[in-house]
Design a protein around this ligand. Sequence first.
Ligand code: NAD
Ligand code: UGA
Length: 452
Amino acid sequence: MKICCIGAGYVGGPTMAMIAHKCADHTVTVVDLNQSRIDAWNSDTLPIYEPGLDAVVREARGKNLFFSTDVDTAIHEAEMIFISVNTPTKTYGVGAGRAADLRFIEKCARKIAEVSQGDKIVVEKSTLPVRTAESVKRILQANSKGRKFQILSNPEFLAEGTAIADLQNPDRVLIGGEQSPDGLLAIQKLVDVYANWVPREQIITTNLWSSELSKLTANAFLAQRISSINAISALCEATEANVDEVATAIGTDSRIGPKFLKSSVGFGGSCFQKDILNLVYLCQHFGLPEVANYWEGVITMNDYQKHRFARRVISTLFNTVSDKRIAVLGFAFKKDTNDTRESAAIYICEDLIKEHANLAIYDPKVTEVQIRQDLNVSVENPHVSVCEDAYTATEGAHAVLILTEWDEFKTLDYQRIYDQMQMPAFLFDGRNLLDLEALNRIGFEASGIGQG
Ligand code: NAD
Ligand code: UGA
């Protein structure tokens, strides 16, 4: 089968590389309007950093995996078309700040209708509001000229930094489709693709709306756990309880489970906030204000946690960070990715810049260009410098902030860092990554999240 995927981003690239890698019989072409992104996919420096991705791409590229900007040809030739374009929060008009902006999805649907000459299976891979498939279907059918289109929902659950492992060994694959003979046939075709490497019992099939809604719900539940433990972290700081100990204690209850209970500077990433806002908007749209308010609380708590961390840094540093050098270690929204979208580090840095701090930022994978773009500061800005390593960033610093849980921060020479800092040497571990007692023995005034 010929497969096409529209959108060569964090999801389209790795998922299609995995399908090509696992299904030698299928030819997969990933298309995008962004020429430089496609060039990067065809080069030795892929556009995204993801452990294990290089090997998977290298193995399949040029054989049964292709990256191209020729959207029309790829759609025309394919029997199955994945739509994996971005679905950001709308910034204008009705629903601004909440609703999903579906203009890229609609453009894809119209393009498919325009270019297709035969029947197609169209697969929603992007995360979408429940009932989007209905709109996609109406656009396609209104322009069908006798061709038949089946719409499937196949949301993606991979997390960045572990995308390849998640794709290789997913907890489940979810496929929703119309419960008609043609719909069930289309579902079966997609099941057959995944069944090349995913055990059949882990491939869940549902109706379209359950599948679409399950994706938003999964992200809302995951984010809710983080906001819940972060809420408790504030209480821990007020009561001398330790949030990691609380997390371990409750996580051993098999009904709660241990995952996603790590207290932090707040969740980031391109999806949690956008998907919850989308859920909130949908609830409001369907006249369910109590449900909307319930989920909105997850975002409110996350915002609180980010600003609370910055406020604590400022108050600990004698209520002023003006002209003080603050070393920021980690800028990505989590370890093992170069993605900074909605990273908590952005908000914390912004709060500190407003207080005229001088930030010295180091991240192992995020480029200086990206950091400056996110903070909206030019190279001339005296308040932000981007450093080559953690030791340069911490030289002469009044405080060190750990904002991403990169493994390399665990093994830094903290004695060396302490020796080159201003005294008292403050360290704020926003990820509860380090041994605070050991740091305090060196002489640091070290604190973590949710620890008395
Ligand atoms: P992304 O921004 O990295 O990639 C989207 C790509 O689509 C871009 O390269 C863009 O140029 C391209 N595009 C947009 N409109 C196009 C068009 N009309 N024709 C051709 N190309 C077009 O986004 P992403 O992170 O890959 O996310 C894609 C979807 O997957 C979103 O709905 C997101 O919510 C969802 N998702 C993301 C993740 C994640 O970890 N990033 C995980 C699960 C689901
Ligand atoms: C998340 C989900 O985990 C994926 O299942 C989903 O497919 C994806 O969103 C999506 O739809 O985009 P991702 O955002 O890549 O994946 O990464 P996560 O591991 O979920 O981390 C998100 C944020 O929460 C990060 O900032 C991370 O540091 C933070 N986090 C995570 C915590 O603060 N504590 C935790 O215990 C776990």
